[in-house]
Design a protein around this ligand. Structure first.
Ligand code: C2E
Ligand code: CA
Ligand code: CA
Length: 829
């Protein structure tokens, strides 16, 4: 917006001003037009013409004000209306009164015409003042017109009276009385003052139209100058006509100003905004529409596709078969429109081709005519297809398993809540089946994840085929599925479902030219017998599934309450074990190993203990399996390794010469952790000589085709670490590995040793093992030696070492140190 000031005024108004000043100069300084003086005929015509022009201009101004008042009730247009209607009437009088005009130069008529002129001037000035002070009268425009009529009549009536109200203008033919001069100068000054005020206010109020109003004032002032000079100059008639001329010009300028303000500006603005609107709608995916009073679309701006027009034009939304209302029913929506309520973000869906949709969001508002009757609706719509698609995708992902497309757990739970009420009403039961594929991990590991994924998809398909339509299936993770089977009359009915599933999954799968077999273990819980809520039912079914696995897989098991208790205890213990290391509840006891040849302590076995804060000491036989299942064994095993190695180094530093530190390893450590790394780092951190570390592994771990474990042990053995076979004799695999694999020691299981006293078979077994060990160049150690008798027997069989309660129970390191020194003292003594 340019700065509005005087310079600006010149720039905008200079043409008009220059023309007028030029005109004024010419008229002033040139000799008078003899034309008028010579022939009053011309004078009359000019007067008449100017009169008509003045009336017309005044009427036009009144007219513009009339319409402006309609659109902007707060404007001062009503004052213009009153003022210029009156002016039009007064200007009309001399024109109409042609006869009188013809005798214009009689004193009374001049007196009246001049009087009317003065009044008109005053009205113009008052109207302009109202503009400056923003005055307004707020009554009906008809009243305004009537009022101006009354005003006009009063003025006309006054003019015919020689009262005090009417100043003496002409005295004996000379119309330049002091009164009239005073009036003319006063008006001239008022015009100039107003003009200056307008120019100076234009900037403050930021109103460009004040410039034109100022110009209009200045023209009025110039006109006034002619009137002042009217009688005194010889150019009497000239001046009268020219004064009139400038007045008309100023009216025209005023009219133009008001017209521009009331119509041209708003029109240009509307046009601009419409163009902007069109440009914007062309760019965006939104479109504008309009409906008639029957709510049929009449106008639809271009929009995303001409298709929209094609489908909707001429129809109400509910008449378009392809258009579906999503936000609410069409009937509900129609009611809303019939109530003439505006609406926002109403969502509908247009099927423009089979299976292909546009999603549309619309907002609209009713249109009313001047009598308040609804003539239709108009509003905007936008294409929200993309947004809707992403929303649907996100929604799908939130409630489905992306691999199989089956519902996920969240959705299944939702279905459960729905079906539950149905079961309650029908007094039927509901079965929840928890499926876990058997050995899926093996398939994944050996054949790759792609085949694993394919298998899961196929399994999902078979499950869908083998259950009823009313059943729901979900994949809830890895190889776990949940199935809801509602409408059971008794709990046992669910067995049919389970059997069908077992059957379906037993058949081979053909994936990428491979024949793959799988099976599943199923746990089942029943609503409402086993639990009321989904979460508990699922937990129960999970437990039952776990039992099915334990019982040999490819089976189903029902949940029962005892299972729950067992599992609850188990779970609690598992959580406690998780914290055992941090809470320092684990410790190691050491059990000495005796050499039967020289009677000395040759080694110890590190045996883990857990001192539970509430339950006291928990035996390793109980918590080691727990640690194995939960994977905690890796962390715990690492801790034992490091702790035992440190202890061995400490003893060595104290000259406590033990040859061997035996540490137990479990199969799970090989599966879940990196045993090699753990052992090497324990040795490195503690600084223990690898030769002093003896890892105890079971037969099973070596014979289980466990290539990884075998390789790992081989490498460790290469470093110098010793390997012994724990619980030897209880494994049921071949002895071939004993030859293949470099081992150092066989630890004969205590079950054989203990019963040697009265079982001849066990004697044979123990003797056999000892002989075999010697043949293979291995050390034989007997475990569980509880008596001197046994010890003597073993010694006579040639057994190398022994370990057992007879000799010593496992004990804490400090006790072992005392034991060691006393024992050595005894031996050497
Ligand atoms: P194991 O490796 O066979 O350990 C020998 C078990 O026999 C120990 O039981 C020991 O206290 C016990 N024992 C020793 N002499 C006699 C005896 O004369 N008579 C009887 N009846 N028992 C005797 P413990 O300490 O309860 O350990 C049980 C099992 O827990 C161990 O069997 C071992 O398999 C496992 N274990 C212990 N500590 C660890 C460990 O740090 N890691 C792993 N993976 N397993 C461990
Ligand atoms: Ca052992
Ligand atoms: Ca053992």
């Amino acid at each position: 917006m340019p700065n509005i000031d005087l310079a600006n005024y010149w720039r905008q108004q200079y043409r008009q001003l220059l023309t007028c000043i030029l005109l004024f100069s010419i008229l002033q300084f040139n000799p008078a037009f003899n034309l008028f003086e010579q022939s009053s005929q011309y004078m009359l015509a000019a007067r008449l013409l100017l009169g008509v022009l003045a009336v017309t201009a005044a009427l036009l101004i009144a007219n513009v004000s009339w319409y402006e008042y309609e659109t902007d009730k707060s404007s001062n247009s009503n004052i213009y209306l009153i003022g210029f209607s009156t002016i039009a009437l007064l200007e009309l009088m001399p024109v109409l009164n042609y006869a009188e005009v013809s005798g214009i130069w009689d004193e009374s008529s001049i007196q009246r015409i001049l009087f009317f002129g003065l009044i008109c001037q005053i009205f113009v000035i008052l109207a302009l003042i109202s503009e400056i002070y923003s005055l307004r009268v707020n009554f009906n425009k008809w009243i305004a017109v009537v009022l101006s009529g009354v005003l006009g009549i009063v003025v006309i009536w006054l003019s015919s009276l020689q009262t005090v109200f009417v100043p003496q203008i002409c005295i004996s033919g000379v119309c330049s009385t002091t009164t009239i001069k005073f009036f003319e100068y006063a008006l001239f000054s008022a015009d100039i003052l107003l003009g200056i005020t307008f120019i100076s206010l234009a900037k403050d109020r930021n109103k460009k139209r004040y410039f034109s109003l100022a110009t209009s004032c200045l023209f009025l002032a110039i006109g006034e100058l002619f009137f002042v000079e009217f009688q005194s100059s010889p150019d009497l008639l000239n001046n009268f006509v020219f004064g009139y001329l400038f007045k008309v010009i100023s009216y025209v300028v005023l009219y133009q100003t008001l017209f521009v303000n009331a119509f041209k500006d708003p029109y240009t603005k509307a046009k601009e905004s419409e163009e902007q609107f069109r440009a914007l709608t062309g760019l965006s995916s939104d479109w504008f529409w309009q409906q008639d009073r029957n709510l049929r679309f009449t106008v639809i701006s271009i929009g995303i596709s001409p298709l929209i027009n094609q489908f909707l034009t001429g129809k109400a939304p509910w008449e378009v078969a392809e258009l579906t209302s999503i936000s609410c029913d069409w009937s509900e929506f129609r009611e809303q429109l019939y109530r003439h309520e505006p609406f926002k973000d109403h969502i509908s869906k247009l099927e423009y081709a089979p299976g292909q949709f546009y999603w549309i969001s619309s907002s609209g508002t009713p249109i009313f005519d001047e009598f308040g009757v609804m003539t239709g609706y108009r509003g905007v719509s936008s294409d929200i297809t993309k947004r809707k698609m992403t929303e649907m995708e996100v929604e799908f992902l939130a409630f489905h398993d992306p691999l199989t497309g089956l519902p996920n757990r969240v959705m299944l739970q939702d279905r459960f809540e729905q079906v539950k009420t149905f079961c309650l009403r029908e007094k039927t039961k509901l079965g929840l089946l928890f499926l876990d594929l058997d050995h899926f991990k093996k398939i994944n590991d050996s054949l790759g994840h792609d085949i694993g994924d394919l298998l899961l998809k196929e399994v999902a398909k078979r499950l869908e085929e083998s259950v009823r339509k009313s059943d729901s299936i979900a994949r809830i993770g890895g190889d776990e599925f949940l199935i809801i089977a509602p409408g059971l009359t008794k709990s046992e009915d669910v067995v049919q479902v389970a059997e069908k599933i077992l059957d379906a999954l037993q058949r081979p799968f053909y994936l990428e030219d491979r024949e793959i077999y799988t099976s599943t273990s199923i746990g089942m819980s029943i609503y409402p017998d086993d639990a009321e809520t989904f979460e508990v039912l699922r937990k129960n079914a999970d437990m039952a599934m776990y039992h099915a696995k334990e019982s040999g897989r490819n089976l189903y098991r029902f949940f029962d309450q005892k299972m729950d208790e067992d599992v609850s205890n188990y779970m609690k213990l598992r959580d406690d074990l998780r914290h055992a290391i941090v809470r320092d509840e684990l410790c190691i006891h050491y059990q000495p190993q005796l050499s039967l040849t020289n009677g000395k302590i040759v080694g110890v076995e590190a045996l883990l203990r857990w001192n539970h804060s509430e339950m006291g000491e928990i035996p390793p036989d109980y918590f080691i399996p727990l640690a194995e299942e939960s994977g905690l064994i890796v962390e715990i095993g690492d801790w034992v390794l490091l702790e035992a190695c440190r202890q061995a180094v400490e003893w060595k530093n104290k000259n406590l010469t033990i040859m061997q530190m035996g540490v137990n390893l479990s199969a799970a450590q090989f599966k879940r952790g990196d045993v090699e790394q753990s052992v090497l780092s324990a040795l490195k951190i503690s600084g223990l000589d690898p030769e002093m570390l003896e890892l105890e592994v079971t037969e099973k771990m070596l014979s289980d085709n466990n290539i990884g474990a075998l390789d790992c042990l081989k490498r460790l053995r290469h470093v110098g670490v010793k390997i012994s076979i724990d619980d030897f004799g209880t494994g049921y695999s071949s002895l071939a590995y004993l030859k293949k694999f470099n081992i150092d020691k066989l630890k004969i299981d205590q079950s054989f040793v203990k019963d040697m006293i009265d079982d001849a078979n066990d004697v044979a077994i123990v003797r056999g093992i000892i002989q075999m060990a010697h043949c293979l160049n291995l050390v034989a150690l007997a475990e569980g030696v509880e008596s001197h008798e046994l010890l003597a027997k073993l010694r006579s069989f040639g057994c190398d070492e022994a370990q057992g309660y007879d000799f010593s129970r496992p004990m804490i390191s400090e006790d072992f140190e005392i034991f060691y020194s006393q024992f050595n003292h005894l031996v050497s003594g």
